[in-house]
Design a protein around this ligand. Structure first.
Ligand code: ATP
Ligand code: MG
Length: 366
């Protein structure tokens, strides 16, 4: 199975981060064990869960296959989990593949033509499928038919092939990249949201039970608050805290143990890791809170532009610690407070920020 291996370019720098949202290393094996198996076990996402429950129940009552489902949302929020739940709820077999694995229309034709009636076809990272495959998928989704092209050049002929009714479940972290004709062919689109701390706490308690780890509510709350709204991160932090509890304490996870363990891993009270804090610290200490250009900021922390922009910034922006403005990156008052620093007086940072937004590219290159 390769559907979880291909991280997007943006996620590449996310690897090996304890607060990275993409799955890597031992995550994949453990995740299989921690995955909720049916809708009732699936924590949070009330809206999507209710909507999906209706879609599936109605299809079951009609004895029909369910409409095609698109699941969109950030990495680690439960798209793959939900697709497997759909198969379980429909009592149907599931075939798993991914956009990047389908490079030629022929690859897709081979998969489609071997589907059984009612089967769930899970297409992860559907936004990364090739163009010709995408076009074949349009027809398959709408008419349950594909044209298989035999031969090449002027002698090529299209042989129509009937497909059994199936349910396509597409998952994407970048719904905006899907061509509208593809998006329109889904009968139901579920947008996965980040989880609130109470929901993550439930995820953590559930996982702790499955992992046979003792944890008290304060311990779970502490981990939840540092998990960036993402169950995958919550489960990963839980495992690291468990290690600590086992080696340095009596195995029980309390607030103190969680705090101590996560400070070893440099995940702070808000879920920021070393890179996030380095970016914030440079912005505050070197550039007086900005505005400062991305390239300058990246050089200051010794990282690639892309790493700062795609790995560190999204969460900082989401947390309201950093703003991207036309003149450059700016720290918010919350950023100063989070690092325990005092912002300079209203007069503003003299000189440091001026020109950084525009001038830097011309002066120093990109
Ligand atoms: N609602 C939930 N309740 C409990 N556990 C969850 C929930 N959502 C996700 N998880 C846990 O988080 C892990 C990651 O979820 P999943 O693999 O489904 O994310 P994803 O959205 O497919 O991520 P990606 O975009 O990287 O493919 C799962 O192994 C599961 O244990
Ligand atoms: Mg997935």
């Amino acid at each position: 199975m390769n559907w979880d291996d291909d991280s997007t370019d943006a996620a590449a720098g996310d690897e090996a981060r304890i607060v990275g949202a993409s799955a890597e290393g031992d995550d994949q094996a453990v995740e299989a064990a921690l995955r909720p198996k049916d809708l009732s076990e699936f924590v949070g996402q009330e809206k999507v869960r209710q909507q999906l429950d209706l879609v599936l129940k109605a299809a079951r009552q009609r004895g029909a296959t369910a409409d095609h489902v698109l699941l969109s949302g950030a990495p680690g929020l439960g798209k793959t989990t939900l697709s497997m739940i759909i198969a379980a709820e429909m009592n149907a077999p599931i075939r798993i593949t991914s956009g990047p694995a389908i490079q030629h229309a022929g690859d897709l034709a081979a998969i489609l033509s071997s589907l059984q009636e009612g089967e769930i076809l899970f297409l992860d990272e559907i936004h990364r499928m090739s163009r010709p495959a995408e076009e074949m998928l349009y027809m398959a989704m709408e008419d349950f038919r594909v044209d298989v092209i035999v031969g090449k050049g002027p002698g090529a002929t299209a042989i129509p092939l009937e497909l059994p009714p199936f349910t396509l479940v597409g998952a994407t972290t970048r719904a905006g990249l899907l061509p509208p004709p593809l998006r329109d062919r889904f009968g139901f689109t579920g947008h996965m949201e980040f989880y609130d701390p109470a929901e993550l706490q439930r995820v953590i308690h559930r996982s702790a039970g499955l992992l046979d780890v003792e944890i008290d509510p304060a311990g779970a709350a502490e981990i939840a608050g540092r998990s960036r709204g993402t169950p995958r991160i919550a489960n990963r932090l839980l495992r690291r805290v468990r290690d600590y509890a086992q080696v340095r304490a009596d195995g029980v996870i309390t607030r103190e143990i969680a705090e101590a363990a996560l400070s070893v891993y440099e995940v702070d009270g808000r879920g920021l890791d070393r890179l996030d804090r380095a970016v914030l610290e440079a912005l505050l200490k070197l550039f007086g809170g900005g505005p400062v250009g991305l390239s300058t900021l990246a050089v200051a922390v010794g990282e690639e532009r892309e790493t700062v922009e795609e790995v560190a910034e999204p969460f900082l922006v989401r947390e309201g610690l950093l703003a991207r403005t036309p003149r450059g990156r700016v720290a918010t008052p919350a950023a100063w407070a989070h690092l325990g620093l005092v912002p300079p007086q209203a007069a503003g940072p003299e000189g440091t920020g001026s020109g950084a937004g525009k001038g830097q590219q011309g002066l120093f290159g990109a």
